[in-house]
Design a protein. Structure first.
Length: 285
């Protein structure tokens, strides 16, 4: 079997987390960790089952204490069913040795740290079921996509638990080979930046064509956002949607002749993703 992404989509509207037997420990409650936490609570995970370890919790995170979320508790936190690592990857070597003591042999360890491999994580959790995952920033609005890969200790039940936790912010796919994660990072992890750059470039092109900066930005922003939503809702391939907008000999066709030329978007995107993939491998060591 060739290495591939195994389609296993899930959305924020499926699978309640109410039945998790034990505590879920979130290590790091920044933007991505906070998005996961919001998703868990919206999917019926009891706040009393959540522990957050965060040196500098934000006001919204602190406010969750009133609902029962335990933030930086001093005493016992009970049986840990899952531990989600959402700290910056460069801080991991200092943070993980003490945090690993919170886990037990049945704890599922889920890492969303970019570049940190299953091998690296197994140094701190040698007997654990470990899942490495790469989410992206649309997770903040429940429209993210995450790709995950597990080590050999991940069983069907532990994978189901990890999937449910990750699906709190959008779709989840599973890879059968960890070597794909650098390409995943290059396409979906970094991908939102490419889309935002497209909106920037469209706005600048509009200004160059004579539009006011405010109108050019508005047109570019709404066009990218609306087109993305259409793509999300439609079952048609992106190529078909593009063709549906394009009349032979019309204005769109004239623009696409440039964008789809030898030095157009596709070869540039191929080079960009290759560069990001290469950099991901370098960062992972």
């Amino acid at each position: 079997m060739t290495s591939e992404i195994i389609m296993a989509k899930s959305t924020t509207r499926t699978n309640s987390l109410a039945s998790i037997p034990g505590t879920v420990v979130l290590i790091g409650a920044g933007k991505m960790g906070g998005a996961l936490l919001d998703g868990w609570l919206s999917r019926k995970l009891s706040p009393k089952k959540v522990v957050v370890i965060e040196p500098t919790p934000s006001k919204p995170i602190k406010a969750l204490a009133r609902r029962g979320v335990r933030i930086n508790p001093k005493g016992s936190i009970g049986k840990v069913a899952a531990m989600v690592l959402a700290v910056k990857p460069q801080t991991a070597p200092d943070a993980l040795p003490s945090l690993a003591t919170l886990a037990n042999p049945k704890t599922v360890v889920v890492s969303i740290m970019a570049g940190r491999t299953l091998g690296f994580l197994s140094t701190y959790f040698p007997d654990g079921a470990i899942v490495r995952a790469m989410p992206n920033t649309p997770a903040a609005i429940g429209r993210g996509i995450t790709v995950a890969v597990g080590n050999r200790r991940v069983t069907a039940p532990t994978r189901k638990l990890a999937h449910s936790l990750l699906a709190a912010t959008g779709s989840v796919e599973w890879a059968d080979n960890e070597s794909l994660m650098d390409a995943v990072t290059a396409v979906s992890g970094s991908g939102p930046a490419y889309v935002f750059l497209l909106a920037e470039a469209m706005a600048q092109a509009g200004i160059a064509a004579g539009l006011s900066p405010a109108l050019a930005e508005k047109l570019a922003r709404e066009t990218v956002a609306g087109s993305g939503e259409l793509l999300h809702r439609s079952d048609l391939p992106a190529a078909t949607l593009r063709q549906n907008v394009t009349s032979p000999g019309g204005t769109t066709a004239a623009a696409l002749a440039v964008l789809m030329g030898r030095d157009g978007v596709e070869p540039l995107m191929t080079k960009a993703v290759a560069a990001a993939t290469k950099r991901g491998k370098e960062l992972a060591g």
